[in-house]
Each structure stands twice: as C-alpha cells, then as structure tokens.
Design a protein around this ligand. Structure first.
Ligand code: SAM
Length: 228
C-alpha cells in the first residue's frame, strides 16, 4: 500500500490543496500538548509542517512510504522547519519518550485492513502516550450512499484510476490504470469506540467536523479526541 503512495507522492500536495479545515484543529491540540507530538501516517507533512511551524514544538512523523517522507523533508526544508521523520508502520511504532499528543489526520487509519490491525495500532498508541495524553484522528463516516455512487467510476486525479466498492468488506478500492491499488476499509462509530475500549483509552469528544460541530445523522466526518 505504501507503494501506491510512492507512485504519486510528488503530486500529493496538489491533490490535497483544498484540504485545509483539519489543520487548525490539529494545531490547536498541539498547542495544548505539553510534551512530544507524534503524527501517524505523516505523509508529505501537510499537517505536521503547520503544527511544527505554529507551535515551535518538535513533531515526530511516522509513515510507511519513503516517497511521502521524502516529500515531507523537501516541504519542511522549504519553510525552514525541521521534522523528526521516521519510516515505519503505525501498527508497530515505538517511542523513546511518551507522547503528549498522537494524532492521525487524513483518514489514514482507514488504510488498516482488519480490526486486529487497528487494535494493534490503538494498543501501540495507548502504550506510547503519557497519562492524560491525547490521541486524535478523523475518518469518513460510514456511508453506503457515497460508496455506491463512486463504485465503478473512473477519475483522473491524482492519477487515472477506477474506484470499486466491496459491500461485504466495507471497502473502497482505488485501482490505478497503470497498476497498484489502495484500499480504505470504512469503520462504524461503534468500531472506533470499541477500539478505544480495548486499548484502555477514554473518549473525550466526538465531533461531526473540525470546528466542533456535533455529530448528527448527516455528518460526513468523525473527528475523535481520546485520552489515556
Ligand atoms: C491520505 S495520506 C495522509 C497523509 C497526511 N497525514 C495528511 O493528512 O495529509 C495516508 C498516508 O498513510 C500512510 N500509511 C498507510 N498505511 C500506513 C501504515 N500502516 N503505517 C504508516 N503509514 C501508513 C501512507 O503512506 C500515506 O502517506
């Protein structure tokens, strides 16, 4: 899956140019954090760079894609900020010092295929946080209407691809015309809450948007904040 991002890492910034609403949300959490900050699936630093710039704090960024990390390095140096970038899998990461905030923007947790993968990741997060430390992430709400509407559709950005919806597996595949598929395994609210439960983390807030909108029947995004 990391190879999928490797194939177009140099276009990721263009593709996500309009994705900005989450940045102030994560920056706000980072400002409140008294201790190390960790972004899981940091990608090209889209969020980590403004977090580091605005707070002046060190951000550890973990990602499985060498090409995305290379983009993060270039983009960080362009604005004169240093990120502590580490190639690795978010299911297996280890820290030398417990974190005050671990966050995972960009719906990246949906790349983890199974409950067991997510549980491993949540357990690593719980083990890596200080007491009282926070974990925040966002993900699409689970919407069959959206998945059905994009099933079989061909698109051109970031690279020519076709989308496929697997109903039974709650999975959306994005298959590049030139080969390589990335999948998103959608999860329900109760799956996320169950993961917090098994990891021993407490739900602090669940919003329907990055400005703190309440989650309701029409919300398209889960925005979670949890505490150890
Ligand atoms: C949608 S991008 C998000 C990047 C960035 N956080 C953002 O919000 O723009 C998803 C990222 O997840 C990374 N990724 C996917 N699975 C991963 C895993 N198991 N461990 C670490 N990174 C992973 C990919 O390499 C990619 O950079």
């Amino acid at each position: 899956m990391s190879n999928w991002y490797d194939a177009w890492a140099d276009r990721y910034a263009d593709w996500t140019e309009s994705v900005t609403a989450d940045v102030p949300f994560y920056v706000g959490l980072a400002r409140d954090a008294d201790g190390p900050l960790v972004e899981l699936a940091v990608g090209d630093g889209r969020v980590a760079i403004p977090v580091a710039l605005t707070t002046g704090k060190r951000v550890i960024g973990i990602d499985a894609s060498p090409a995305m990390l290379a983009q993060a390095r270039i983009r960080a140096s362009e604005v004169g900020v240093e990120l502590d970038l580490r190639e690795g899998d978010m299911r297996e990461f280890q820290l030398d010092e417990a974190a005050a905030l671990i966050y995972c923007p960009g719906r990246s947790l949906l790349h983890l295929p199974t409950w067991a993968d997510r549980r491993r990741c949540f357990e690593r997060i719980a083990a890596s946080l200080r007491p009282g430390g926070r974990f925040a992430w966002n993900a699409f709400t689970f919407d069959h209407h959206v998945a059905s509407a994009i099933d079989g559709q061909h698109g051109d950005a970031p690279l020519p691809h076709t989308t496929h919806y697997s109903v039974g597996d709650n999975r959306v595949d994005i298959a590049l015309d030139d080969g390589g598929t990335s999948s998103l395994w959608w999860a329900t609210k109760n799956e996320w809450l169950g993961l917090l439960d098994v990891a021993g983390l407490q739900l602090e807030a669940l919003y329907g948007g990055f400005a703190g909108e309440p989650l309701d029947d029409h919300s398209s995004e889960y925005v979670f904040v949890a505490r150890r």
